[in-house]
Ligand binder design. Structure first.
Ligand code: HEC
Ligand code: HEC
Length: 322
């Protein structure tokens, strides 16, 4: 999957409408190569495990971090959700744990309440506040019914015995002391008929698209520029992958820097196929492999919601400005 042409700045490529700069000599495949089997289409809410599978394996993209990968960044069959994607940042080294139902090395002995609290509030079983980059502030608004579905699905997948190292906070002083107050009330479902609110639920809460695509400042995401992107993800996968960085694109309605002039079909193709407007195969870390399974109906709502982001801009590296 990752032996594709890896260059960085989508925006330069966009604006210059030519081949991305500094592309290594490797042959560019005609399209993104998906190495995950397709997911069944969105089932009804009443099918708890099916609904959970849909959420975890498509829009939630939990396996983008939690599934095992080889040094080339490819998923290793049999290690779905068994850990351990590593993200090494100056402030922390994160190992995405084994979230299969194995009692020793996974979540087999966790209660539903413990899982709910971990996913929403970022609090580990032993009460420790977990470290980034899992999208706790986004996942905290997952509806109680959808959370029950996610947990039911996690309990249904094959248990894999795989010990993952503990994540390490190297600079605890710069990490959030908490991910917010406890969630004590049930979280209601968002009605699908409210297209923008449900689109926000898909895009922001479940898909945490806005986590990558909103400028990160020292005090957190700057939501006054939601969608302006420019956060840098240096070589997220694998020891054998060439040195590269993916820069989250500006997905606001800005006509030059953003996607203000893209058609709905172009936006959809970028999300589910990883192909940019000019036909360029986009860099991974955005979870195309998972988004590929998003239902047409949900994709429509995601596009509608993304198109509400007012034009704004950011400069890479977003984390260093302000
Ligand atoms: C961007 C990467 C990333 C994504 C996406 C992600 N996680 Fe995580 N997750 C992590 C990391 C890293 C940790 C461990 C953090 C720590 O221990 O401080 C974690 C911890 C957990 C834990 C606690 C397990 C344990 O043994 O400590 C659960 C449960 C969990 N994630 C479930 C999920 C689910 C469900 C989803 C999708 C809805 C998801 N995660 C998406 C990176 C991710
Ligand atoms: C893990 C971080 C991450 C997440 C989560 C993510 N993206 Fe992206 N996205 C990126 C990066 C990085 C790029 C640029 C890739 C490239 O140009 O090669 C990108 C590119 C795009 C583009 C193409 C825009 C352009 O100008 O090329 C669109 C549209 C987009 N993302 C929408 C979404 C939506 C919608 C979601 C949620 C369903 C999402 N993204 C989730 C990181 C992310």
């Amino acid at each position: 999957m990752l032996t594709l042409v890896l260059s960085a700045c989508s925006q330069d490529a966009e604006m210059a409408s030519e081949e991305p700069a500094a592309a290594p000599a490797a042959a560019e495949p005609a399209a993104y190569v998906f190495d995950r089997p397709p997911v069944a289409p969105s089932p009804p809410q009443s099918d708890l495990v099916g609904r959970g599978r849909y959420l975890v394996e498509t829009i939630g993209a939990c396996g983008n971090c939690h599934s095992g990968r080889d040094d080339d960044g490819n998923f290793i069959p049999g290690l779905e959700l068994a850990g351990n994607f590593v993200i090494d940042e100056p402030a922390f080294t994160a190992y995405a744990p084994n979230i299969t139902p194995d009692p020793e090395t996974g979540i087999g002995n966790w209660t539903d309440e413990e899982l709910d609290r971990a996913i929403r509030e970022g609090i580990d079983r032993d009460g420790r506040v977990m470290i980034p980059p899992m999208a706790f502030p986004y996942f905290r608004d997952i509806s109680s019914n959808d959370m029950a579905a996610i947990i039911a699905y996690l309990r249904s997948v094959p248990a894999v015995s795989r010990q993952v190292p503990d994540s390490v906070a190297k600079m605890p002083e710069v990490l959030p002391p908490t991910w917010g107050p406890p969630v004590t009330e049930p979280v209601p479902d968002i009605p699908r008929t409210d297209r923008i609110e449900y689109g926000r639920y898909l895009t922001h809460t479940l898909g945490h698209c806005t986590q990558c695509h909103t400028p990160l400042t020292p005090t957190g995401e700057d939501f006054s520029r939601i969608g302006a992107g420019m956060n840098i993800y240096p070589r997220p996968f694998g020891a054998n992958v060439e040195e590269w960085s993916a820069i989250a694109a500006n997905i606001t309605q800005h006509e030059v820097l953003g996607i203000g002039t893209w058609t709905d079909d172009e936006i959809k193709r970028a999300i589910v196929q990883g192909i940019s407007r000019d036909g360029r195969v986009m860099l991974p870390f955005m979870a195309f492999d998972f988004y590929n399974g998003i239902s047409d109906e949900d994709l429509e709502l995601i596009v509608e919601y993304v198109k509400t982001f007012p034009p704004s801009e950011a400069t890479p590296p977003a984390a260093e400005e302000e």
